[in-house]
Design a protein around this ligand. Sequence first.
Ligand code: SAM
Length: 228
Amino acid sequence: MARQPMSRLPLDPENFIRKNTALETPAMVPEFKLWLATEYVPIWLATETWLEEQNVDPPYWAFCWPGGQAIARFLLDNPARVRGKAVIDFAAGSGVSSMAAARAGAASVIANDIDLLSLIAARLNAEANGLIVATSADDWLAGADAMPEADVVIAGDVCYEKEMSVRALAWLRGHANAGRLVLLGDPGRNYFSAQGLEELARYEIPTSLQLENRGMRETVVWRVLPLP
Ligand SMILES: C[S@@+](CC[C@H](N)C(=O)[O-])C[C@H]1O[C@@H](n2cnc3c(N)ncnc32)[C@H](O)[C@@H]1O
């Protein structure tokens, strides 16, 4: 059995999301509006103490990270990659890549994240754009029993911590070796490795200075190749 997440939830999750974010358009994906942090609702300035009081984990879901935006842009511009296919989005955060897969005509899309609040945000975001995205809170890196069927596996911005990156890259490689199309969006994070990857697209993505320490991040959509 895949290990269940230990994530936290505020008392009224939907209200928490709406109160602490605003419906915004990500720079690279003007087709969509999502509940995101802005300079007027700067949830990234929240202290650990405040997040703990609200019973909330660090709100990764309140941003469209460059990796996820790059995958979303790529799928919207290349819908044939997912049209009619079963797509799973590992570490979906806001769900922006899942939404693009759904808009591009995927037969089914599952947004996965171990943060339960992220899955509620992903559902609200999909609904705000008239899209349907299923969600899964299973920790897919912890065991394969509960894995849904998939033709395409997507993952945006998952190489920011050492342990997770190593496990995620190995897990993604396993899907590529099983014959699935595996797409990884990455802006050159510390623990990313291009070994056994093929570049499919490259974008300059505007980012928040507070979050990324720079106003732009070059971000690549990679195909994870099967390796013997
Ligand atoms: C930097 S965010 C990227 C979110 C989204 N893919 C994007 O690009 O906007 C990383 C996400 O990974 C999730 N995460 C961390 N470990 C995970 C795991 N083992 N399984 C699923 N999600 C995980 C976090 O909760 C967070 O939402």
